[in-house]
Design a protein. Structure first.
Length: 272
């Protein structure tokens, strides 16, 4: 039987309040909603999971989540469906409260591939880039400038658990980020539709084993700009190379997440 049955209880209100950034920042906690992100949080960062909430039905459907949580001594609360729905409309019967963290670029060791998001505001895009970077084998993702909050619930959901697989960090100053990644031996390539370098040409050159100039095989930090206006001229000028993705059809442009996927996988292929 569920232990939590009152959707108006103080604990329920306290969890629901974590949907707001001021509360997250003040309490150092955030929500992880849905079976896949929660599964990865419990598997990869159980020490940061403060509480796990499941409906009785979800506990039966996802016994591996329940077993992993109990094996890591994570407090588990079986809850009525009404309670989970009040805590979060996106929980799908599974919800975790997790402690936030703060990472720095200096913690990276011999990074080969990094994604830097400059003033990326859309949480779905940011989360999808984190998921894509994880799939491409990237070393880290850095949210720079006025980018969306890393622990925004939609960002967390959109990562599909990848948030718990690789270092993801926030930095308020893009120029400092670029100085830091260069200090780690990475070249900086900006993705921009007006770039002088063609991504296909760079891939061909890397495959020839004799690239001249910009080399996709080198350790690289890819710089991606805002969804609406891209990278401002001063940020483009900070890059070592500016790369365009060739558009073969009539589409005017690609969205941020798609462009990031193509660039990150191009580097991952060349480096392999």
């Amino acid at each position: 039987m569920p232990e939590l049955t009152n959707p108006r209880a103080e604990r329920v209100r306290s969890v629901r309040a974590l949907a707001g950034r001021p509360v997250r920042d003040r309490r150092g906690l955030f929500l992880v909603e849905g079976p896949q992100p929660v599964r990865e949080a419990v598997r990869h960062m159980p020490e940061r999971v403060r509480d796990l909430y499941l409906t009785v039905g979800a506990a039966e459907r996802y016994p591996e989540i329940l077993a992993a949580a109990r094996g890591a001594d994570v407090p588990v609360w079986l809850s009525a469906s009404e309670v989970l729905d009040t805590m979060s409309r996106d929980a799908q019967g599974v919800l975790a409260v997790v402690r936030t963290w703060s990472s720095t670029i200096d913690e990276l060791v011999h990074p080969r591939l990094v994604a830097v998001l400059a003033a990326v505001r859309d949480p779905g895009n940011a989360g999808t880039v984190i998921r894509t970077a994880d799939a491409a084998g990237a070393s880290a993702v850095i949210l720079a400038g006025a980018s969306v909050d890393l622990f925004n619930p939609k960002v967390v959901r959109s990562t599909a658990g990848s948030l718990f697989h690789l270092p993801v960090m926030r930095s308020g100053d893009l120029p400092e980020v670029l100085v830091s990644v260069r200090g780690l031996g990475l070249q900086v390539l900006a993705a921009d539709g007006g770039g002088a370098l063609d991504l296909d040409d760079l891939l061909d050159a890397a495959a020839s084993d004799a690239p001249a100039g910009t080399d996709l095989r080198a350790p690289t930090a890819w710089l991606f700009g805002n969804e609406a206006w891209g990278l401002p001229a001063e940020d483009v000028a900070r890059a070592d190379g500016v790369v365009r993705i060739p558009l073969r059809g009539a589409a005017e442009s690609l969205n941020l997440a798609t462009a990031a996927a193509l660039c990150l996988y191009a580097s991952a292929r060349a480096q392999r």
